[in-house]
Design a protein around this ligand. Sequence first.
Ligand code: ADP
Ligand code: ASP
Ligand code: MG
Length: 450
Amino acid sequence: MIVMKFGGTSVQDEEAIGRVISIVKNRLPEKPLVVVSALSKVTKLLCSIAEAAEAQQEDVVKESLASLRQRHFDLAKALLKDSPLLLEKCLGDLESRIAGLETFAGGVCQIGELSPRSEARIISTGELLSSTIIAYAFNAQGISCQWLDARRMITTDNNYLNARPDLVVTEANVKRVFGMETKGFDLVLTQGFVASASDGSTTVLGFEGSDYSAAIFGMALGAKRVEIWTDVDGIRSTDPRALDSTRRIECLSYEEAAEMAAMGARVLHPLTIEPARNRNIPIMVLNSKNPACAGSTVLRGEESPDGPKSVACRENVVFIKVHSPKMEGITGMLARVFAPLYSNLVPVTLAKATESSVYLVIPEDTDGLEAALAAMEKWAEVTVYRDKSMISVVGRNIVGLEGLGDRIIEASGKVYIANVSADMLSENFVIDRDRLAVTLSTIHDYIFNR
Ligand code: ADP
Ligand code: ASP
Ligand code: MG
């Protein structure tokens, strides 16, 4: 069997869902599990509903719910116009979910308080709605499709908005549900992103988490491969939204794909790789608007060639220098720098140290950062450089790209820190944000279009 995940743009409207149906039809002999995201922009809309409810803006909540209802009803009507009975049932299912959301958001509005648990429940609705419509659409095309609630299968901790799965329990759930409820169907369909804690309350896997769901299902089912269907021709040499001249990467290792995600490439959710690597399941990235393109395949390291594959960017980072001439040994220094970062839950993108200085790169919008810096300022000179970006060249055995450093300095004007990752999977450069675009295009051309 295989897992096929379709992202928000791949299911955004009638035409896109028509493409999904024809892509899946071609794979029916491989017994696909289809995993779908919410329709594009719906998760954002649900987040705004949650916020407005907390702020007790009843009118805004009402208006947004009306547009949510309209979009899903219109889509169901378009897809099921030739199957009046299915349409009636589908509209009934959608209405009961939206009415449930309405009541729940109304409750939040009344008390003006939004817990992470309530927010997860609100924003999970997008996938529950989209998957309902798409399952009916398959059935209307004569493909018998079993809709499964992912919350009965993926069991997580109760970190509601960024929940982490218990893979052992999840695997057992998936096997049990599949064993009992999927016989006789052409196709099984479920939601990405949504899951539940062990007490049954709804959780979500974090933004863009549907890729992760697909990999979790792939692992649990021992899938032959996991296909991530999106809106670009596979994983590219850099974000095609940033540059026109990108190239498709035919094949890359799990480690390279994970490094790209960690260094800011948005194409795959960073946690997607691990469950697949665990069971050696290839991940393919494919374009639902151009299914003829072979896309990219992520697999075991030895099957991927050495050398630079891609340039990834983290647009908004701060660069921090912590200097203490008085510190005698590096051990104490590192412990004193990292303790407040850890206690304030500050993620560190990159760190480098000398005996008396530590250099840090940290995502700009990090809540606990100011508190961590204040703690360090009590004993060290702390210099914070804002409005920086980090640009990373990613690829197996990356070292020794002759001339790269010179070109980066030339294009960016200044490199605040340069680093080669310990596993030699990436070279990273911190530069001024206003020079990011020109630096990206210069080094991308230098590496890939020479
Ligand atoms: P989906 O809705 O299918 O999950 P996403 O928007 O999450 O799609 O991811 C696809 C987007 O990732 C592409 O449209 C592209 O702009 C972006 N992206 C960033 N870096 C890369 C890269 N190296 N290769 C391909 N796409 C990339
Ligand atoms: N719908 C969720 C989001 O927009 C999950 C996903 O699409 O991967 O983040
Ligand atoms: Mg995505």
